[in-house]
Design a protein around this ligand. Sequence first.
Ligand SMILES: [Zn+2]
Length: 387
Amino acid sequence: MGQIALKADRVLTPTKELTDVAIIVEKDIIKKIIPSNEIPQNMDVLYHPNTIAAPGFIDIHIHGYHGCDSTSGKESCFAQMSKSLLKHGVTSYLPTTVTQSQEVLLKICNVLKSVIKRGVNGAEILGLHLEGPYIGKGKEVGAQNVDFARNPDIKELMELIENSGNNIRRITLAPELPGALELIKYVKEKGIIVAAGHTNATYKEAILGFNAGVTICNHLFNGMRPFHHREPGIVGAYFVRDDLYAEMIADMIHLHPEVINAIIKMKGTEKIILITDAIAGTCLPDGEYELGGLRTIIKDGISRIETTGRLAGSTLRMDVAIKNIVTNLGVDLKDAIRMATSNPAEAMKLSNYGRLAPGCVADIVVLDSNLDVLITMCRGKVLYSTK
Ligand SMILES: [Zn+2]
């Protein structure tokens, strides 16, 4: 029947923890989850002792990896990223661009269209995430190139969507900019997810953005107006709304660990999304790298823009982000996994991703007791294994 039984001592679905079960995979789909003693005798069994199985990680905000930069628009980069990400348990992702000229973004859209059409032998590309170019020009610009930051332009965006072959799945913008609310409504109708980021939105402006269709706060606290008790800004708007997802870069540098702790205490774990915001220098030694045309220096694993010294993405890997919040903050492993799997899937409206359940895509990661990745199964195929 071409079925395989993947057995682990602990299976995190991730909302439930199951023990002594096997995940039955057929082709690229999870068929069912059964008690281990019910595995048919003639079925192939994949099992290593003392392991944890969880859904493959989903990174919805990642700029680069292992020498590759999404914004470079090089075709080979996407294939290489897809391959490198397997080692760290990522089975699907949104390559993320930074603020650039329309010409550069058009090129990336066209390249990505053909890469997706052809398919990759690695982590699945779920579509493109445009971070910018419709972002603020003040401090909130962060590591984005201010020269290309501009006001929302539906016509320009339409051209990008068309050239991508409708593969733009998410856009991050500043909701306070002229024309932003109109653009949010427009892309929402097309099924594109909108995040607010690199924004100086006041509380009022943020609420208007949320009401227009923003559903995610792009790396919460980073690249946005800080919280103030007389002008709570977008952070305060997030605090009082239960319907918003918030991304967090859990490298313990972008956010003080206790800030992550406080948010979890205040909001629970249902709508927090772990992202890496990783750049090309991730998994490589300290040195000089590039982020969308700007030179970045990585020293002691911390990436900064050479000219401004501002943090420029991260060198975080998703398996490390999970480990960080489990070991430094004592977050329950199930909850940590959820923030890297079912939460991002829900935020992106991908109902059959990010969960171990019948009918879901067979994207599965097997971890050892140190939470290191042993096996990464992508769409039913073991594409990475240390065993
Ligand atoms: Zn980013």
